[in-house]
Design a protein around this ligand. Sequence first.
Ligand code: SER
Length: 324
Amino acid sequence: MHQTIHMSQKNILVIGAGGQIGTVLVEKLKDVYGASSVFATDLKENTEKGILGLDVMDRAGLEAFIEKNKITEIYHLAAILSARGEQNPKWAWDINMGGLFNVFESAVKFKVKKVFYPSTIAVFGQHIPLESTPNHVPLVPATVYGISKVAGELWAEYYFTKYGLDVRSVRYPGVIGYQSLAGGGTTDYAVDIFHAEAKNEVFNCFLSEHTKLPMIYMDDCINATIDIMRAPKEAIKIRTSYNLAGMSFSPVEIATEIQKRNPNFKIEYNPDFRQAIAASWPASIDDSEAKKDWGWQPKYNLSALVEVMMTEVRKKYSSLKDSL
Ligand code: SER
């Protein structure tokens, strides 16, 4: 059961609504605030999914949209992720930073009340403890995606301090959900593995078997996003970005958990360039600041994640078969 909350009229703009997280976040925002309050946009219009076409790189178009729809909150999810960014670093930088400046500048101009800007575990790199990585450590990332997110975190704090723009941010771990596919990331294997299982395929993993990374189930990721945006302004003490953890596991650990439910499931390991990216990231995250400041609490561990993912992803393929 969902409760629609009636407060002062919110007009929420989601940029990147067709992506892995956007797809799920838009539905949740509609549940919480009412469908008419949510404007789902992406580079490509998709009328079936109710997504309007809006290019975050088009500053004039973005400003016109914000003004026309009296936008009060923005969730800026559009970005080029770690693996895809390495294929074309300058292009990834231009999109990640250009999009962010357009959002921040137009938000200040049109007095948008709050902006959500996701950061990532990709901000971490050398010179840090890789287990229980604290919030405040040197940020020396190895990818252009990570560099752009470190810069973005610093600009978020700058816009807050200098212009009073209420930007809020969390560092997402690898996000795993059944509603959408991941794309262009180093943690994508942990989504793809369930699709291979459901199709009875041997899973070809692009990371090596013991590469442990921080991950989070989609529900927890969405709840964190909604919760940090609803927290009282004074509760948000960190204006760069909050560490966020759900669980941590390696490919062999998730495969073993799947095999408990499907003993026929097989995985093989063929690490590629993404292995070096993963090796530069923490194995686990200390998210005590988020817990302390705005009450963050994840609900899903590895076993609960595997249970729900196997059930839901299998359903997708069986309903596909039924409709043939
Ligand atoms: N999931 C992202 C990636 O792998 C990390 O933020 O790039």
